[in-house]
Ligand binder design. Structure first.
Ligand code: FMN
Length: 169
């Protein structure tokens, strides 16, 4: 899939088809993570792959804003090291790499950031040196994805030379 086509068509989904994502596609998604750039090439991220129905159910139970994760084929808990001041920037990039690689194979995804942190750390034995950046749920879309993105027009946020002066295209 053309990269710009992927950017245009990918929506963040809440409803998934229960069929599993094949292991070669899962591997490709993690390979996309591996290829992601990071500050000082520090590659401090760590990922916990979660695919059992019981664990996905637990993830949903201890989530505050991602109950939909119980319907995913699998989820990935993304950890970063706060030792690096830019760790959340790296997280954003690596997550985007994974989501685009998934969409290239027809696999949808969505992230959530609200959860009971103590329960997450206990359940997945996450040591205190790692920050939990988010959980990303993956799976085939329940229905054909057609939708329009709700986004502001370019003029409202692209400036020329100084803040407030719109760049004319
Ligand atoms: C930093 C960040 C945090 C998000 N947190 C949540 C969340 O907690 N729960 C959720 O369901 N979606 C979450 N989302 C998904 C956004 O709601 C979604 O990306 C946005 O609505 C645009 O969706 P669209 O690309 O399908 O238009 C988050 C997205 C980002 C980038």
């Amino acid at each position: 899939m053309d990269v710009f086509e992927a950017l245009k068509t990918r929506l963040e989904l809440r409803e998934y088809d229960p069929r599993p994502v094949p292991s070669d596609v899962v591997r490709e998604i993690f390979e996309a993570a591996r290829l992601s750039p990071s500050g000082l090439n520090s590659q401090h991220w760590r990922f916990i792959y979660v695919d059992s129905r019981d664990d996905l159910k637990t993830l949903a139970e201890i989530s505050l804003s991602g109950k939909w994760v119980s319907g995913c084929s699998f989820a990935v808990v993304v950890l970063t090291s706060p030792k690096y001041p830019w760790h959340l920037l790296d997280a954003g990039r690596v997550i985007t790499h994974m989501q685009l690689a998934a969409w290239n194979r027809g696999v949808g995804s969505r992230i959530y950031t609200g959860y009971d942190e103590k329960a997450m750390r206990q359940k997945f034995t996450i040591p205190s040196e790692y920050h939990i950046a988010c959980v990303v749920g993956f799976g085939y879309p329940k229905r054909r994805v057609v939708g329009r993105k709700s986004r502001q027009p370019l003029e409202t946020f692209v400036y020329k030379g100084r803040v407030g002066q719109p760049l004319e295209f």
